[in-house]
Design a protein around this ligand. Structure first.
Ligand code: MTE
Ligand code: MOS
Length: 776
């Protein structure tokens, strides 16, 4: 078999196989960490959080905490044998427990360890903490006004002559857009359970997208080597980027307690503490200056992307980098200069969240497209099309990568037709002309999303496949399952590689002891990377079995043909189990470690040039809404999506990702609002004050289709494309449709410039402002 042949065409790949855990998810029998049987004597830890956004810690009196029922002890910075740090950037700027100062409201001060979770939770509030207040900033604008201290080095992308581009443009628009953050609201909150072993050993069950990093952190915190730490995770109840780095803290605390008292320890914060103490999506303020001409074509873009990074670097550098990588969305800018500004603020340190800054970058692009459309009195869709990347020219990104796989024209054309966009837009305009109070809007927005980690070394993966004597298969790889269906996709790949049914393949929990040095399951590349690594492992075992069969059945290797269920050697069928058994008896190694590294990519951050993305995923959506101009309330009436996943590994899973991504994106852009009060405290920290979409918020008409003709031009696993994040940004059409509905109150002559989330309040205020301005 050719090592590079990934055109798998057997039974299960490319079919809508259901999620391996679907029956368990719906029946409640899927085991999450909190469901695991606790070892005898398991202790429970709880974090005590600061109640000041920025202050010196004058003193902490633990007397009442220690005297509280069931308390075993208190963990402070002094109990840490190694480093008091869980910063994924390794900048040593994220202490487990604050020392000397606190930098945000909700920063962990210490942990209480008790016999029961409830005892630990109650005792955590009993410390007497004396603070000396310091000045603080919570918002992007405040941080900019206070001097714009950054948590990490900014990035600049530049191509073409911006000054000349602006000079050549007959029209110019300057503005800014505020884009809100988002809480991950994973249904399973942060959790970790650590079990001490002999010598330095510790096993940590952690709800994490990044077991290898948790392993590294725990080792550094305990001042032991990585080989003593095993991190395992069977599944998360959602991660969405919120468990890429944010699980480090909880795993470290559980491990510290487990080793200190030589008893197992579990830690699980309440939802409000989870929301207060863990990072979220960055809110951005983008200040832009765009030159364009009478036809709506953009000549030059100059923009600064201020982001609320929080008190430490975490992933704010890479997240704001990705905002710049998507400052273009699907549009060609003849001249462009974009700069990131990851601002230090006295808020929780913001982190990865589905799209990783890309959504914010793209939302800003859609804003100036809209500005141009309202200025010229045109349908924004015409402006979008006028600025799409070309397929052979006008196709170089701000980071100097040529877009070589552009299919946005076909995606948009097909969707425009299938969603009946033109006729429906006419109907919307007619409806608005006839109705004074209710107004409708419709919009079509594109998505182009770059696939690969921009940290190039992350684009590698390993897998471990064992074949047992009875022909059953044990599958491990470095990816983690958070509901997205990675495990089933990789199992499909392995089942097909061996030509066996899925029941033959046992999907194992992810553990650092099986596959080392893994990357976070993130950047949507889980199946691209781990699918290929598992395929590589299967290939090696098959090659050995092929050679073995040739010897055993006295034929050439070419005469050994893999068929469903086994092989044919010289025309004789041998079942896979029989082959495995005879392989064992003849001392054939039936286990292999597979490996994969993404080819062709490179990136030089210092010069802002390279080829950071292996390929692009594309999509588009049309949304129609109705608003009430007297109250601002609205409904999302219909959504049509056409999305590109290349040759889908599993259409059912992919459609689920698209639907879920869209709805989560819609929540971000419409109802999910984070509010910090004047004292620096996050007030929206529970479902009562923070509104995520419900099942009833799913659009009543929701047509989701895959671009079935799309095949990845690159030799990815089965020629598929990544699907985890790109559909999230399809929700931008909701904002644009709301914008059109608001614009109707001033006869579409004024750009509404709605900030996000576009809450009913913002719709109402937008209508009021436009009515006022229209009256003059
Ligand atoms: N889908 C579910 N159900 N739950 C999740 O937590 N995370 C998203 C996406 N889809 C997520 C999800 C994010 S942020 C990413 S990066 C990808 O899944 C990660 O998985 P993949 O690389 O296997 O697509
Ligand atoms: Mo996803 S934000 O890359 O975990």
């Amino acid at each position: 078999m050719n090592k590079h042949d990934t055109s798998i065409a057997l039974a299960t790949v490319h079919t809508s196989t259901r999620h391996d855990s679907a029956p368990k998810h719906v029946s409640g029998s899927a085991e999450y960490i909190d469901d695991m049987i606790e070892p005898a004597g398991t202790m429970h830890a709880y974090l005590a959080l600061s109640t000041k956004p920025h202050a010196e810690i004058v003193s902490i009196d633990y007397a009442a905490v220690k005297a509280s029922p069931g308390v075993i002890g208190v963990l402070t910075a002094e109990d840490i044998p190694g480093e008091n740090d869980v910063s994924p950037s390794h900048k040593h700027d994220e202490p487990i427990f604050a020392i000397g100062k606190v930098h945000f409201w909700g920063q962990p001060l210490f942990a209480v360890v008790a016999e029961t979770r409830d005892q630990a939770r109650r005792a955590a509030h009993l410390a007497k903490v004396e603070y000396r207040d310091l000045e603080f900033v919570t918002s992007v604008r405040d941080a900019q006004a206070a001097g714009g201290k950054l948590v990490t080095e900014p990035l600049k992308l530049e191509r073409g002559d911006v000054a000349a581009g602006m000079a050549s443009a007959s029209r110019r628009v300057k503005g800014s857009i505020e884009i809100g953050g988002q809480d991950h609201f994973y249904l399973e909150g942060q959790i970790a359970m650590a079990i001490p072993g002999e010598d330095e050993d510790v096993t940590v069950f952690a709800s994490t997208q990044h077991p290898s990093e948790v392993q590294l952190m725990v080792a550094a915190v305990l001042a032991i080597r990585q080989h003593a730490v095993t991190v395992q995770i069977r599944r998360m109840g959602g991660g969405f980027g919120g468990k890429e780095t944010q699980g480090n803290l909880f795993a470290a605390v559980a491990a510290l307690a487990a080793k200190k008292w030589n008893r197992a320890c579990k830690i699980r914060p309440d939802r409000d503490d989870d929301m207060t103490a863990t990072g979220k999506r960055h809110d951005f303020v983008v200040d832009y200056d765009v030159g364009y001409d009478d036809s709506g074509k953009i000549h030059a873009v100059d923009a600064v992307y201020g982001a609320r990074a929080g008190f430490s670097s975490d992933l704010s550098g890479p997240v704001t980098d990705r905002a710049l990588f998507h400052a273009d969305n699907a549009y060609w800018y003849p001249a462009v200069r974009v700069r990131s500004q990851p601002l230090y603020t006295n808020t929780v340190s913001n982190t990865a969240f589905r799209g990783f800054g890309g959504p914010q970058g793209m939302m800003a692009a859609e804003r100036w497209i809209e500005d141009i459309a309202y200025d010229l009195g045109r349908d924004p869709l015409d402006i979008r099309k006028a600025n799409f990347y070309g397929t052979t020219t006008d196709n170089v990104t701000p980071y100097h990568q040529t877009v070589g796989d552009n299919i946005i024209h076909r995606i948009v054309d097909e969707l425009e037709t299938s969603a009946d966009y033109q006729a429906r837009r006419k109907a919307v305009l007619a409806f608005n002309a006839e109705n004074a109070i209710l107004k409708k809007g419709i919009a079509l927005t594109p998505v182009k999303f770059g696939i690969s980690f921009t940290a190039t070394w992350y684009n590698q993966a390993g897998a471990l496949v064992h074949v047992y004597k009875d022909g059953s298969i044990h599958l491990s790889h470095g990816g983690t399952e958070m509901g997205q269906g990675l495990y089933i996709k990789v199992a499909q790949v392995v089942a097909d590689a061996f030509g066996v049914g899925l029941d033959v393949v046992k999907i194992m929990a992810t553990t650092t002891g099986k596959v080392p040095n893994t990357s976070a399951t993130a950047a949507s590349s889980g199946s691209d990377l781990n699918g290929m690594a598992a395929y590589d492992a299967a290939r090696q075992i098959k090659e050995r079995l092929t050679a073995h069969a040739a010897k055993l059945y006295e034929c050439s290797e070419a005469e050994v043909v893999w068929v469903p269920g086994g092989i044919e050697a010289k025309g004789k069928f041998v079942g896979f189990a029989e082959l495995a058994a005879s392989g064992y008896m003849n001392r054939v190694q039936l286990s292999a470690a597979g490996f994969y590294q993404t080819p062709t990519i490179h990136w030089d951050r210092a010069t802002g040039r390279g080829h950071p993305f292996y390929y692009f995923a594309y999509g588009a959506s049309v949304t129609e809404v109705t608003i009430d101009t007297l109250t601002g309330e609205y409904t999302v009436d219909r959504v049509d999506v056409l999305h590109d996943v290349g040759r889908s590994l599993n259409p059912a899973i992919d459609i689920g990702q698209i639907e879920g991504g869209f709805v989560q994106g819609m929540g971000w852009l419409t109802t999910e609002e984070l509010v910090w009060d004047a004292k620096g405290q996050l007030r929206t920290k529970a479902p009562s004050t923070y509104k995520i979409p419900l099942a009833s918020d799913v659009p009543p008409i929701f047509n989701v289709k895959l671009a079935e003709w799309s095949v990845n031009a690159e030799p990815t696993i089965g020629r598929s494309k990544a699907v985890g994040e790109p559909p999230f940004m399809l929700a931008m059409s909701v904002v644009e449709a709301l914008s059109m509905a608001v614009a109707s109150v001033a006869d579409y002559k004024i750009a509404p410039r709605l900030n996000t989330p576009v809450t009913p309040e913002r719709v109402l205020m937008g209508c009021e402002r436009l009515k006022r301005e229209a009256r003059g």
